[in-house]
Design a protein around this ligand. Structure first.
Ligand SMILES: C[S@@+](CC[C@H](N)C(=O)[O-])C[C@H]1O[C@@H](n2cnc3c(N)ncnc32)[C@H](O)[C@@H]1O
Length: 238
């Protein structure tokens, strides 16, 4: 069985009982990590990984060094996902279950989906949903996000500035993911949409080194990849 296990936004207590049970039993786990880093998912899952489990570390060949639309990025990532799927398939072919650790929810902007697309035609799979990063972040920020018929718009910060503005102008409440190097562009788009005052910045939400502050108070220093911007909806409307 291929398991895609959502392990939540960072705080290890924000993991489902089902995820913890599957991890405690898994003889083989796999997880994505940036070169030279432990990997967020692996760190979050530490307390739940079975002693002696085999660990398949899937190290991204490239992360933020190249823009996502760069053909070199696309080619390298396609090879990487094909090789990663092949590594996991080898274990599945031996009759072993493999649990892939997924930060947040596996089907929400997760790298796991690229493995799942390749493996699901040939193997049995089970997905365990997880609390998303945005859910963890808006909870920690104390931000009720949507009331009544508010429309929530989720935008990747990798979009072009004009597309961000269009999305934000239509939104009642908004979440902007994948901030990192996109911060100056996202900030400009929020200003154009008239939302700068309402925007809250959350870095590594629910993790030990979390930071939460109004975006307007965030001085121009780089944002890490694990940061998000939240614009709550029309608060208090019935
Ligand atoms: C590739 S997506 C993965 C999303 C994940 N599958 C989920 O369910 O939230 C990574 C982006 O999610 C956001 N994110 C996820 N967890 C976060 C957290 N704990 N704090 C801040 N941002 C987070 C960031 O915007 C980050 O760039």
């Amino acid at each position: 069985m291929l398991y895609g296990v959502g392990i939540g936004p960072g705080d290890p207590e924000l993991m489902t009982l089902k995820a913890a049970r599957i991890l405690a039993a898994a003889r083989v786990i796999a997880f994505f990590a940036k070169r030279g880093h432990q990997g967020h998912a692996r760190r979050i899952a530490t307390a739940h990984v079975r002693d002696g489990a085999e660990e398949i570390r899937l190290e991204y060949p490239v992360t933020t060094e190249l823009p996502v639309e760069d053909p070199r990025y696309l080619a390298q990532m396609a090879d990487f996902y094909a090789d990663s799927a092949a590594l996991i398939a080898r274990r599945l072919d031996q009759g072993l279950d493999v649990a892939v650790l997924c930060e947040g929810d596996p089907f929400f902007y997760g790298s796991f989906m690229y493995l799942y697309d390749r493996l699901r035609p040939a193997y049995q799979s089970e997905i365990v949903p997880g609390i998303t990063g945005m859910g963890g972040c808006w909870t920690r920020a104390g931000l009720p996000m949507t009331h009544g018929d508010d429309v929530l718009t989720i935008l990747p910060g990798t979009l072009a500035e004009a597309d961000l503005v269009t999305g934000l102008e239509r939104a009642d409440a908004a979440v902007i993911m994948k901030i990192g190097r996109n911060l100056p562009k996202v900030r400009a788009a929020l200003a154009q949409a008239g939302l700068s005052e309402r925007a809250i910045y959350v870095e590594r939400g629910t993790m030990a080194d979390e930071r939460i502050l109004p975006l307007k108070d965030m001085k121009d220093r780089p944002a890490p990849y694990f940061s998000i911007i939240l614009v709550p909806g029309r608060q208090g409307r019935r």
